[in-house]
Design a protein around this ligand. Structure first.
Ligand code: PHE
Length: 324
């Protein structure tokens, strides 16, 4: 191809056609075609410049210099007049308004919810199912079926947000009513224990708000009902949980307690994960953290859930993930 451009006439012709084509550019598409024909990788001027090696030294001085001049001028004019148009055009062509937008950051999961999920995962791994109950409950599920005596102080205005004037509908004060709902569900499905279930959810108490307590917080309830379930099973399960949640070297301490719905009732403390039992601000210098209330499910509660306490026994526990 280079041999065509060895005469000065042919180079005049080349110069003419380059400037004619430059002068004829009207649209962005024309500019792009020009760029491809003359200046792109396979464009005529680029190819000619790359072929200089085929010239003799003398030819390079004359013909080569001329080609360089034509190419440099064309490039210069194209860049100043048309480059922006063709670049902008390329950018516009690359923008596809039908593509989905960039996702906006969605925030993050609250520490209380994270803790709840982590705790649920540990019990889920042990074979527990997960169940949920309503936050607006009846006196029956929140108190009556859980063996609260008719005048138990927990029913008092002090602790409970009542929804109905007759005090029959209320905001649940704990997740224990879901125990009854789960037992009923199993019975209604024509099934029998074993039941292994954890029940996370929000609860409400009419209490003064302080730095350490709120009128609404989260709880996670757990039950295991089967033949021959004992306090040893409760202890083993919760020690296993504490070790997985707080660390392998965690110890637990069991204290006697009282809840109407469990007999015997206990409270469990875990050795403080921060000071490892030495005493610090978090454990109020005791070396121990109160983590949950628990016990063997009271026979009256099993009965209320439709389960025969002469055949089955079970344990229950309730913990506060906000606190944990
Ligand atoms: N429901 C009790 C509370 O809110 C906790 C608990 C659950 C205790 C299950 C024993 C068994 O304090």
């Amino acid at each position: 191809m280079i041999s065509q451009y060895k005469t000065s006439q042919s180079l005049d012709g080349l110069e003419c056609s380059v400037s004619a084509r430059l002068g004829a550019i009207v649209t962005d598409a024309d500019a792009e075609t020009f760029r491809l024909d003359f200046l792109g990788k396979k464009g005529l001027l680029t190819v000619l410049r790359k072929s200089m090696g085929d010239f003799t030294i003398d030819e390079r001085k004359t013909i080569g210099a001329r080609i360089n001049k034509i190419a440099a001028a064309a490039e210069e004019q194209f860049k100043t007049e048309f480059w922006k148009a063709s670049a902008a055009n390329a950018a516009a062509a690359a923008f596809d308004p039908t593509l989905p937008g960039l996702p906006l950051p969605k925030g993050s999961i609250h520490p209380s919810i994270q803790t709840t999920q982590e705790i649920c995962q540990i019990f889920f791994d042990m074979g527990f199912d997960i169940a949920y109950g309503p936050e607006v409950e009846t006196d029956h599920y929140n108190f009556e079926a859980l063996n609260f005596a008719p005048h138990h102080p927990a029913r008092d205005m002090q602790d409970t947000f009542f929804v109905s004037g007759d005090r029959d509908v209320l905001l649940r004060t704990h997740t224990s009513p879901v125990q009854i709902r789960v037992m009923e569900e199993v019975k209604n499905a024509g099934k029998n224990p074993p039941i292994r279930c954890i029940m996370p959810g929000r609860v409400y108490r009419n209490e003064t708000i302080t730095a350490r307590s709120h009128c609404t917080f989260l709880q996670i309830e757990g039950i295991y009902i089967d033949k021959n379930v004992s306090l040893a099973d409760l202890k083993g399960t919760l020690l296993g949980f504490a070790k997985r949640f707080f660390g392998e070297n965690t110890a637990i301490k069991i204290r006697p307690s009282y809840f109407p719905f469990t007999e015997p009732s206990i409270e469990i403390d875990a050795s403080c994960f921060l000071c490892k039992g030495k005493g610090c601000n978090v454990c109020k210098h005791t070396g121990w953290l109160e983590i949950l209330g628990a016990g063997m499910i009271h026979p009256n509660v099993l009965k209320a859930g439709g389960i025969d306490p002469d055949v089955y026994s079970g344990f229950a526990f309730g913990m506060g993930p906000d606190r944990i």
